[in-house]
Write a protein that binds this ligand. Structure first.
Ligand SMILES: *[C@@H]1O[C@H](CO)[C@@H](O)[C@H](O)[C@H]1NC(C)=O
Ligand SMILES: *[C@@H]1O[C@H](CO)[C@@H](O)[C@H](O)[C@H]1NC(C)=O
Ligand SMILES: *[C@@H]1O[C@H](CO)[C@@H](O)[C@H](O)[C@H]1NC(C)=O
Ligand SMILES: *[C@@H]1O[C@H](CO)[C@@H](O)[C@H](O)[C@H]1NC(C)=O
Ligand SMILES: *[C@@H]1O[C@H](CO)[C@@H](O)[C@H](O)[C@H]1NC(C)=O
Ligand SMILES: *[C@@H]1O[C@H](CO)[C@@H](O)[C@H](O)[C@H]1NC(C)=O
Ligand SMILES: *[C@@H]1O[C@H](CO)[C@@H](O)[C@H](O)[C@H]1NC(C)=O
Ligand SMILES: [Cu+2]
Length: 404
C-alpha cells in the first residue's frame, strides 16, 4: 500500500463569445448525446438565473470587469468537444511538452519542458498550494495559467476541458477519456504489482482503494511515449525509479504509469457530487467533505478522481499534475466549487475555508478575507487569494469563464 499524501495534506487544510444561444445548443447536444444531463448538470443549469441576477446587481460597480455569463469563455466536458477539438487540445499538450522550460535549471534540472514547469511549481509549492485557504483559489489560478500556456504558447483555440466524473465512473477504462485511442488522453497502464492505495482513514473497507489491474506503463494513445521526469516525491512503489535528487527535482526519465481505477471512480458518481454541493452549507464543510472523511466512510470526490488515474505521477500528491488528466480532474473540482458558490452567491462568492463569516456575531467588520498571497513563481503572475474567488471577473477581470 502506498500512503495517501493527499489525505495528509487535507489535514493541513481544515475566448470570449458564446452567447446564450450557444449555451442552449450545448445543452441540446448533451441531451441527445450518449450522456444525458446528470443531477449536477441540472443543478448547474437551474442555478444560472440566480447567479446572473447576482452578477447584474453588482454590474453598476463594474465589479466583474465587463465579464458576464454570456461573454464568458466556456470550458467544456471532454466528450462534449468534437473529435477535432479533442485532437487540437491533445496537440497543444504535446506541444507544451516539447517547449523548453523556464524554471531555474539549477534548482529543477528534471524539468525538461514547459509542461514540466507546471509540475515543478506544484512539487515545490505543494504544502502552500494545498493549505487553507489556498487550495481552491490557488488551483483556480493554476489551471488558468496552464490554459493560458496552451493557448498563448501552443496556439490552442479552445479552453481547458473538464472531466465530469459521473459520465465515465461505471467503466472508466472504456471511456472517451481513458480508452487509449488517438483522441483519448491515453489509456490504462499495463498490468503490474501496483499495490492499491492506503487512504489513511483506517476505517475498513474505506482504508484501501484496491488496485484495479493496471499501474504499469501507458502504451496506447497520444501520451504513450510521454517522458515523466520530475519526482516521484510522495510515493515510490513497484518499479518506479527513485529520483536522483533527494528533493525530487532531478531528472528521472520514465514512462507514464496509470491504474485507471473503477473502485475509486465509484465515489465520483453524480449523487455523491450532488450531496457534496447541497448538503454542505458552509465553505469549511464543503472543502472537507470534498476531501473525504472517515466519519462518513467516504473517500471524497477529490481522492476519487485522483485515484481513478493513480499510478505515477498521477498518484503522487506532489507530482500529480505530471499526468495530463490532472487538469481535467481539478477543472471538475473548480466547477463544483462554482456550482456550490452559485447556490447562495450573496454569501458564498467571497468566502474561502478558514474565513471569518461576516454574519457571525462578533465579526465586527474585520478583514473579510485574509491578505494571503499566491505565488506560483514562473507559472503565473502573483495574486491575492481574495481576488481569485470568482470565475466571472476575478483576478482583475482575467478570470472570465464558466463550465458548460
Ligand atoms: C457584489 O456586491 C456585494 C454587495 O455590495 C459585495 O459584497 C460583493 O463583494 C460583490 N461581489 C463581487 C463579485 O464583486
Ligand atoms: C468595466 O470594466 C471593463 C474591463 O476592465 C472596462 O473596459 C470598462 O471600461 C469598464 N466600464 C465602466 C463603465 O467602468
Ligand atoms: C475514440 O473513442 C471515442 C469514444 O468511443 C470515439 O468517440 C472516438 O471517435 C474515438 N477516436 C478515434 C480516433 O477512434
Ligand atoms: C511512440 O514511439 C514509437 C517508437 O518510436 C512510435 O512508433 C509511435 O508512433 C509513437 N507513438 C506516439 C503516440 O507518439
Ligand atoms: C450513490 O449511489 C450509489 C449507487 O446507487 C450508492 O451506493 C451510494 O450510497 C450513493 N451515495 C450517496 C452519497 O448518495
Ligand atoms: C455564515 O454563518 C451563517 C450563520 O451561522 C450561516 O447560516 C451561513 O451559511 C454561513 N455562510 C457561509 C458562506 O459559510
Ligand atoms: C517561489 O515563490 C515563493 C514565494 O514567493 C518563494 O519563496 C520561492 O523562493 C520561489 N521559488 C523559486 C524556485 O523561485
Ligand atoms: Cu494540487
Amino acid at each position: 500500500m502506498h500512503i495517501n499524501l493527499y489525505l495528509l495534506a487535507s489535514l493541513l487544510a481544515q475566448g470570449i463569445s458564446a452567447g446564450p444561444t450557444k449555451r442552449r445548443s450545448t445543452l441540446r447536444e448533451r441531451v441527445n448525446g450518449p450522456y444525458p444531463l446528470d443531477v449536477v448538470d441540472k443543478l448547474q443549469e437551474a442555478s444560472l438565473p440566480k447567479f446572473d441576477a447576482y452578477l447584474k446587481k453588482n454590474s453598476t460597480k463594474n465589479a466583474s470587469g465587463g465579464c458576464t455569463l454570456d461573454n464568458a469563455a466556456r470550458r467544456l466536458e471532454w466528450s462534449d468537444l468534437t473529435i477535432s477539438q479533442r485532437k487540437e487540445y491533445i496537440d497543444a499538450v504535446l506541444c507544451l511538452q516539447k517547449l523548453p522550460p523556464k524554471s531555474p535549471r539549477d534548482k529543477f534540472p528534471g524539468a525538461l519542458s514547459r509542461y514540466d514547469d507546471f509540475v515543478a511549481t506544484h512539487e515545490s509549492q505543494a504544502m502552500e498550494l494545498h493549505s487553507t485557504p489556498h487550495l481552491l483559489p490557488a488551483h483556480r489560478l493554476y489551471i488558468r495559467a496552464y490554459e493560458q500556456a496552451l493557448r498563448n504558447e501552443c496556439g490552442y483555440t479552445g479552453y481547458q476541458p473538464y472531466w465530469n466524473w459521473d459520465r465515465y465512473a461505471a467503466d472508466p477504462i472504456n471511456s472517451p477519456l481513458f480508452n487509449g485511442n488517438a483522441t483519448s488522453m491515453s489509456g490504462n497502464g499495463l498490468p503490474s504489482d501496483y499495490p492499491g492505495v492506503f487512504t489513511g482513514f483506517t476505517n475498513k473497507p474505506y482504508d484501501i482503494i484496491p488496485a484495479a489491474g493496471g499501474g504499469g506503463c501507458v502504451t496506447e494513445g497520444p501520451f504513450a511515449n510521454m517522458t515523466v521526469s520530475l519526482g516521484p516525491i510522495g510515493i515510490i512503489v513497484n518499479d518506479i525509479p527513485k529520483n536522483p535528487q533527494t528533493d525530487g527535482f532531478g531528472s528521472n526519465p520514465r514512462c507514464l504509469r496509470r491504474d485507471v481505477n473503477k473502485f475509486a471512480a465509484a465515489v465520483t458518481t453524480a449523487n455523491y457530487t450532488y450531496a457534496l454541493i447541497t448538503e454542505n452549507k458552509d465553505v469549511d464543510g464543503f472543502q472537507s467533505a470534498m476531501l473525504g472523511s472517515s466519519e462518513k466512510n467516504d473517500w471524497g470526490v477529490h481522492l476519487g478522481g485522483h485515484y481513478t488515474i493513480g499510478g505515477d505521477p498521477g498518484g503522487d500528491f506532489f507530482s500529480s499534475p505530471g499526468d495530463p488528466v490532472f487538469w481535467f480532474h481539478h477543472g471538475m473540482i473548480d466547477r463544483i466549487w462554482w456550482i456550490w458558490q452559485m447556490q447562495d452567491p450573496e454569501n458564498r462568492m467571497n468566502v474561502v475555508p478558514g474565513t471569518p463569516n461576516a454574519t457571525i456575531p462578533g465579526y465586527a467588520g474585520g478583514p473579510a478575507l485574509p491578505d494571503d498571497g499566491v505565488d506560483l513563481n514562473w507559472s503565473a503572475p502573483k495574486a491575492w487569494v481574495r481576488d481569485l474567488l470568482t470565475n466571472i471577473g476575478g483576478f482583475e477581470g482575467q478570470f472570465c469563464y464558466i463550465y458548460d
